[in-house]
Design a protein around this ligand. Structure first.
Ligand SMILES: [Zn+2]
Length: 449
């Protein structure tokens, strides 16, 4: 069965190709970009997209789903990263199975409703009762039908060893490595169309040991999976690295074997020109997280210098305790606004922002099958309706999405399956998801006493 997504109001492909007549989908892939008034291929059904803008599905490059349970917690408001973390660790130490399932459902539903078709998650909190957190997330991602790159995070450097997290949320390194290998073997898919992948993700320089960083890289390379961590997010982190490791964060990364083309970093803000040059040479990737960086007042990522040097730059919503939403289309607007503040009105366009969330994300995940509308690519699509008051009177339809503030997709397709139609999730009882999440959040805060 071929589906013609017919005559959108506008199409932004993410590349030099045009598709004014829409696209034809066959199975899980794009069969044709329609350049005339009708497709050249045969089609069985159509979707009238005349009031919608068609985009490649958005790709989220950094998140912590569990943090949707701790949005706007009073104790963590108005704090910068280290104080914010210290306020939240004792709450997160009480995560249980129900917290993981409810928060994963919530984050994934929120992401899909905002046009996201591929997301990662960085889960690094494993209290003793929660060794199988990633297994629970994998089950939810599969049930909801989103493309996911789940990372096996870790923390091993507790406060008693000079780290930031309390002892109750750190794990033994042999247990971390063993579980990482188990998850890669159980879930990691390769090749075009992979729906579930695993990456390995020690949390940050201030929460794991140097040995764990090295051993994780060795393990990831044995299995051909990507590496992920937070780096160069704040000035405090620079101070911590200089004091603890005797060098800046990027030198530390280099020393532990991570300055390479199989790693991506969350934030990547505080780099010197020379460090950016070295990152480009290495072919490393960075997820820009504008909302989080503004809320925690961490700084502004130098996306243009990074891209010019050869770094792959994607876009991430980051955890919902520092955003506090999981909305990829809003994040595109945030990137557009924040990057303009750095580069000027002519220095960063709405298309630059959309590129971070599409082609940039695909390059970050080293995926050639997603991130743009092109023949043979996965049928991951986001359509945004212009039939809302906020767009009334708008001229350029694609620019309107960003400047007028689109935030809810009309239709979302992932691997050829509709996951959102007419603004609603197709296979999910959203009222039940919200009720479950509220109850899980209340019980998590209650356990803190
Ligand atoms: Zn993060």
């Amino acid at each position: 069965m071929n589906l013609w997504i017919k005559h959108p109001a506008a199409v932004w492909t993410g590349n030099d190709e045009a598709a004014p007549g829409g696209v034809v989908i066959s199975g899980s892939t794009i069969l044709e970009l329609v350049t005339g008034s009708e497709p050249e291929s045969a089609w069985d059904t159509t979707l009238d997209a005349s009031d919608c803008v068609l985009l490649p599905g958005l790709i989220n490059c950094h998140h912590h789903f569990y943090q949707t349970l701790t949005r706007a917690v009073p104790a963590a408001l108005n704090k910068e990263l280290f104080d914010w973390l210290v306020s939240l660790y004792p709450i997160w130490a009480n995560l249980d199975e129900e917290s993981i399932v409810a928060s994963t459902e919530t984050a994934l539903c929120e992401l899909m409703l905002s046009g996201c078709t591929t997301t990662t998650d960085h889960h690094y909190v494993f209290p003793s009762r929660l060794n199988h957190a990633i297994d629970l997330q994998a089950e939810v991602a599969k049930r909801l039908g989103i493309r996911a790159i789940l990372t096996r995070g870790s923390m091993s450097l507790g406060q008693d060893q000079g780290g930031l997290p309390p002892a109750s949320v750190v794990q033994r390194e042999d247990a971390i490595l063993k579980d990482s290998e188990r998850l890669v073997k159980a879930y990691h898919q390769t090749g075009d169309g992979a729906m579930l992948q695993i990456a390995l993700a020690p949390c940050s320089p201030f929460s794991v040991t140097e040995a764990l960083m090295r051993d994780t890289a060795i393990l990831a390379r044995q299995h051909g999976v990507l590496l992920h961590t937070h780096l160069a997010e704040t000035g405090d982190e620079n101070d911590f690295c200089l004091e603890t490791f005797g060098c800046r964060p990027l030198d530390y990364l280099d020393r532990v074997g991570w300055l390479a083309d199989d790693a991506w970093l969350a934030h990547g803000i505080h780099f010197t020109d020379d460090e950016i040059r070295r990152m480009g040479q290495a072919g490393i990737a960075v997820s820009h997280c504008p909302s989080s960086n503004m809320i925690l007042a961490s700084g502004i990522c130098r996306t243009k210098e990074l891209i010019a040097s050869g770094v792959h730059v994607g876009l991430g919503v980051d955890g919902s305790a520092s955003n506090d939403a999981s909305n990829m289309m809003q994040e595109v607007r945030q990137a557009f606004l924040l990057q303009r503040l750095r580069y000027g009105a002519a220095g960063f366009s709405h298309e630059d922002a959309l590129s971070l969330a599409t082609t940039g994300g695909a390059a970050l995940f080293r995926r050639k099958d997603i991130g743009e509308l092109a023949v043979g690519r996965q049928a991951d699509l986001a359509l945004f309706s212009l039939d809302a008051l906020r767009f009334a009177g708008g001229s350029d339809p694609v620019a309107s999405l960003v400047t007028c503030g689109a935030h809810r997709a009309e239709h979302v397709m992932i691997a050829g399956e509709w996951r959102v139609t007419r603004g609603e999730l197709t296979h999910v009882d959203l009222a039940a998801v919200k009720a479950r999440q509220r109850s899980a959040a209340a019980s998590l805060l209650h356990r803190l006493g």
